[in-house]
Design a protein around this ligand. Structure first.
Ligand code: FRU
Length: 506
């Protein structure tokens, strides 16, 4: 860059000063953008939290999200909007829903009303969301959250709020929010799954406008260390067996501190949900996967997206012009382990399109440290590693940089758990709970371990044993983590080590 500038400077001082300005504003921009995710969705500017209203329609994935456009901390909530054809490349759209006289726009969902049950038009997109009214909240009546509708008849470009809002008034429950609506074919009704303090309440409707209470779930089961939020209910089948899965986010009270998402596998008959198990299970054991729900109108596929953050420090993370990013979109499936079924998550198949062809090393014997840095250095902090061991044994991957930051991903045989340790990963002191090691139990009984690790410039996502144990953690290192060492104290054979660059999508 210096050369052309020097040449131009002798020719024209005007061109020279212009180029210097461009160069220095690029440098400033780069510094401002240091932690900008390269292949995860983040808003261009302003604040973002939960994914909302995710719906697939006419070849486009719509992602709406909790958005405060003019602040970088949580503020008056709007629904931001982005669209994608492939779940990887996102185009930001104008804001879809603005606060109005009923309140700000909290989380919710969207459906395609194929049969025009609501009367807004055949195939209208209908958003069902929580209105949050701060004035009423201040009056402490507990009536400040209620459910409302908006619809779009131009494929999500513009939205009209329904005149009869709210459609589900508050019955006197302080936390009464985050409606996730789906069509329940067997009972020919819309079912709303709603977070109601520390339980889930199901409502039914024929027209999306009038709702009747069906049942309540949650007392005496699952984690109750905080408020229940952002639920989702959907069907998954495996080996000819169909189960219903209920996702429930909770804040605080997750195993990794602060926000997390638990799940239940069970039965739903159009009236009530019954869990098959009493143990508490988590979609993701890392610190940074919250309020995740699935896209509607994707048929048998269940595609999940979470907010890659935690309320413990979401308002404090060291990004400058924006705050918040989403996880990689994940395909949810059911997997049998012994006699039980567990939820499994893996990056959607569309992720392969932005992943370069992997190089593969076979039967790598490691005792001590094996240096992969020569292979990963050129990837600019965005890459995927896949590892398989032939036996169940301790090992770790150390991601580092010349500044001495380190992020460790590993398996501990004694406790049968996977972990991500970010205590020395760079900037960690902006909040007291950030410097921590997060731990996920192994669900599979014994045998070799497989791990897929996806690294972006400020996040790591770990899918172990094909997605049965998942960890997502953000980090803010002082330079890209482009050095990798595989570590094993005991001689360990890695059947396979694969590494591939991931292309930026922005
Ligand atoms: C979850 C949540 C939701 C709420 C929204 C407000 O992160 O607290 O329960 O609707 O965020 O932004």
């Amino acid at each position: 860059m210096m050369k052309p500038i020097q040449v131009f400077c002798t020719v024209s001082t005007l061109v020279c000063s212009l180029l210097f300005q461009v160069q220095s504003s690029n440098a400033q921009q780069n510094a401002v953008e240091t932690y900008r995710p390269q292949f995860h969705f983040s808003p261009k500017k302003g604040w973002m939290n939960d994914p909302n209203g995710m719906v697939y329609f006419n070849g486009q994935y719509h992602l709406f999200y909790q958005h405060s456009p003019n602040t970088t901390i949580w503020g008056p909530m709007h629904w931001g909007h982005a669209i994608s054809k492939d779940l990887m490349h996102w185009e930001e759209q104008p804001i879809a829903l603005y606060p109005d006289s009923l309140g700000t726009i909290f989380s919710g969902s969207a459906v395609v009303d194929r049969d025009n049950t609501a009367g807004f038009g055949k195939n209208a997109l209908v958003a069902i969301f929580t209105h949050h009214n701060q004035k009423i909240e201040e009056a402490k009546t507990g009536l400040h959250q209620y459910q409302s509708l908006a619809y779009s008849v131009d494929e999500g470009k513009t939205w009209t709020k329904y005149k009869g809002n709210p459609v589900l008034p508050n019955p006197g429950i302080w936390d009464f929010r985050d409606p996730k609506v789906m069509w329940h074919e067997a009972t020919k009704q819309w079912v709303m799954t709603l977070a109601t303090k520390q339980s889930i309440t199901f409502y039914g409707s024929k027209d999306l406008k009038s709702w009747n209470r069906l049942s309540e779930f949650g007392e005496g089961i699952g984690a109750h260390g905080g408020v229940w939020e952002c639920p989702d209910l959907f069907k998954l089948s495996v080996n000819g067996i169909t189960k219903w899965v209920l996702l429930v986010s909770i804040n605080p009270g997750s195993p990794s501190g602060g926000s997390g998402t638990q799940y239940f596998i069970g039965r739903f008959d159009g009236q009530s949900f019954v869990s098959d198990h009493t143990d508490t299970r988590w979609v993701d054991y890392g610190a940074d996967d919250y309020a995740g729900i699935t896209w509607s109108n994707t048929g048998e596929r269940k595609i999940f997206l979470g907010w890659m953050n935690n309320w413990n420090y979401a308002n404090l993370v060291p990004t400058q012009t924006w705050r918040g990013a989403m996880t990689i979109p994940r395909e949810l499936t059911l997997k049998p382990v012994g006699k039980a079924f567990y939820l499994s998550s893996a990056p959607v198949k569309e992720f392969a399109a932005i992943t370069s062809k992997a190089a593969v090393l076979h039967n790598v014997k490691v005792k001590g440290r094996y240096n992969l840095s020569g292979k990963t250095a050129a990837f600019k902090g965005k890459y995927k590693l896949d590892l398989t061991t032939s036996t169940e044994t301790d090992f770790a991957l150390q991601f580092g940089n010349a500044k001495g930051d380190e992020l460790i991903v590993g398996y501990d045989k004694a406790s049968r758990s996977f972990y991500v340790d970010r205590t020395k990963s760079g900037l960690v002191n902006f909040e007291k709970s950030f410097a921590r090691k997060t731990v996920a139990p192994r669900m599979v009984k014994g045998g070799g371990v497989s791990l897929t690790v996806i690294l972006d410039v400020a996040s790591v996502e770990v899918f172990a044993d094909g997605g049965l144990s998942v960890l997502t953690d953000t980090f803010f290192s002082n330079g890209l983590l482009n050095q990798v060492h595989v570590q094993a104290a005991q001689p360990t054979t890695f059947q396979k080590i694969q590494y591939a660059e991931i292309q930026a999508t922005r």
